[in-house]
Design a protein around this ligand. Structure first.
Ligand code: ATP
Length: 323
C-alpha cells in the first residue's frame, strides 16, 4: 500500500512525497547499530539468521561476507534485489522490513516467522500430511508464488526449507535474493565439487541441471517455469514425505533429470489428478509447465472432488513402498 500510495501521490504531483523511482534506498537501509541481535535461529549456507529486534520482533539474516572477490555480485546487485524485495506484500510471503547495506555488514531484516518450516514437518518430524492438508498448503504456496510472478519476481530457491507453516498459514521466505545470498558468498558453501548442496538438486528443472557448471551457478537460467518445477518437488514431498530420487547420488540425479527421466510415481498411491499436477510441474519442456494461477485452479477443484466421493473420510495417501 505504501509503495502504491507513493505512486498515486506522485501522479498527482503531490510534492510531499518523493518520486518512487528516485525513492531513496535509504528508506530501506537499516543502520546496523539499530538492530538488536539475540540468539541464532539457524545457519544457512550463506548467512546466519538471528532472532532480533527492530521496532518489534524480527529475523535478521546476516550474510557471510568473507571477501568481495572478482566474480562476486557487486553491491549494486544487492541493492537492486533489495529494491525488488521491498515491493512484495502478500499474506503468504514473509514481510520484508529493510536491509543493512554497508559492507561488510550486509543483512536482510524480515518479520519473524512462527511455526516450523515444511522441511522440519516433513523430513525431521515425519509429520504426515493428509491429501486435504497438502492441498490447502499447496494452494497457499501457489497463491504466494502467483503473486510474485505477477510482479515479475522469480523466487529461484523455492523449497520446503523456505516455506513456514504458521497455524495452517503458509509463509514463503528467501525469495528474489538468490544472486546475492546464494552465489556471492559461496566460498564457504558446503557441497560437492559442482557446488551443489544436499537437497538442492531435486528442485532444479532440467534446463538448470543441464546448465550446471562448477562455480557458475550465478548464471543459471532461472525462470517462472523453473519455480513451477520446484513447486512440483514441494508437492511431491508433501504427498510422499520424502525427496524425489531419494538416496541417489548427485551424478545419477543430474543424468536422469537432464535426460527427462522423472521420479517414478508407481509406488505412490494417489489419484490421477494429484499425480497429474506433478507431471505438469515436472514437464521436461519449460513451456509445457503450468503457471501458478492454473495450478491454483486445479488445486481448488481437488478437495471438493475427493470429499464428494467420501464425505466422512478425507483421503489419506499411502507413503511409497520404501518410506
Ligand atoms: P540455505 O542456506 O540452503 O538457504 P536455509 O534455508 O536453512 O538453507 P537460511 O535461509 O539462512 O538457510 O535460514 C537459516 C535458518 O533460519 C533456517 O532454520 C530458517 O528456517 C530460519 N529462518 C529464516 N528466515 C526466518 C524468518 N523470517 N523467521 C524465522 N526463522 C527464519
Amino acid at each position: 500500500q505504501r509503495a502504491d500510495s507513493l505512486d498515486m501521490s506522485n501522479k498527482h504531483g503531490d510534492s510531499r512525497w518523493p518520486r518512487q523511482n528516485s525513492l531513496s534506498m535509504k528508506e530501506w537501509d537499516i543502520p546496523y547499530d539499530e538492530l538488536k541481535l539475540f540468539e541464532v535461529i539457524g545457519r544457512g549456507r550463506f548467512g546466519t539468521v538471528y532472532r532480533g529486534s527492530w521496532h518489534g520482533a524480527v529475523a535478521v539474516k546476516l550474510l557471510h561476507v568473507h571477501s568481495l572477490h572478482s566474480d562476486c555480485v557487486p553491491l549494486d546487485t544487492f541493492k537492486h534485489e533489495v529494491a525488488t524485495f521491498r515491493k512484495t506484500r502478500h499474506e503468504n510471503l514473509v514481510l520484508f522490513m529493510g536491509a543493512c547495506m554497508k559492507p561488510p555488514r550486509l543483512a536482510i531484516v524480515t518479520s519473524l516467522c512462527k511455526g516450523m518450516t515444511l522441511y522440519t514437518h516433513i523430513h525431521l518430524r515425519k509429520d504426515k500430511f493428509t491429501a486435504n492438508k497438502s492441498v490447502l498448503v499447496a494452494q497457499q504456496i501457489s497463491q504466494g508464488m502467483g503473486y510474485l510472478h505477477a510482479r515479475g519476481i522469480i523466487h529461484k530457491d523455492l523449497k520446503t526449507k523456505n516455506i513456514f507453516l504458521e497455524n495452517g498459514k503458509v509463509v514463503i521466505t528467501d525469495f528474489g535474493l538468490f544472486s546475492v545470498t546464494k552465489m556471492c558468498f559461496g566460498n564457504n558453501a558446503r557441497g560437492d565439487s559442482l557446488g551443489i548442496p544436499a537437497g538442492w538438486l531435486c528442485y532444479l528443472a532440467p534446463e538448470l541441471v543441464r546448465a550446471l557448471r562448477p562455480h557458475a551457478s550465478l548464471h543459471l537460467p532461472f525462470s517462472k517455469a523453473t519455480d513451477v518445477y520446484a513447486f512440483g518437488t514441494v508437492w511431491y514431498e508433501l504427498l510422499c514425505g520424502e525427496y524425489p530420487f531419494k538416496g541417489q547420488p548427485p551424478e545419477a540425479i543430474i543424468w536422469q533429470v537432464g535426460k527427462g527421466v522423472k521420479q517414478s510415481l508407481a509406488n505412490m498411491q494417489a489419484s490421477r489428478d494429484i499425480k497429474d499436477i506433478l507431471m505438469v510441474c515436472w514437464a521436461y519442456r519449460a513451456s509445457e509447465r503450468a503457471e501458478f494461477p492454473r495450478l491454483l485452479t486445479t488445486l481448488q477443484k481437488l478437495p471438493r472432488k475427493r470429499l464428494a466421493r467420501s464425505p466422512s473420510h478425507p483421503v489419506h495417501l499411502s507413503r511409497s513402498a520404501d518410506s
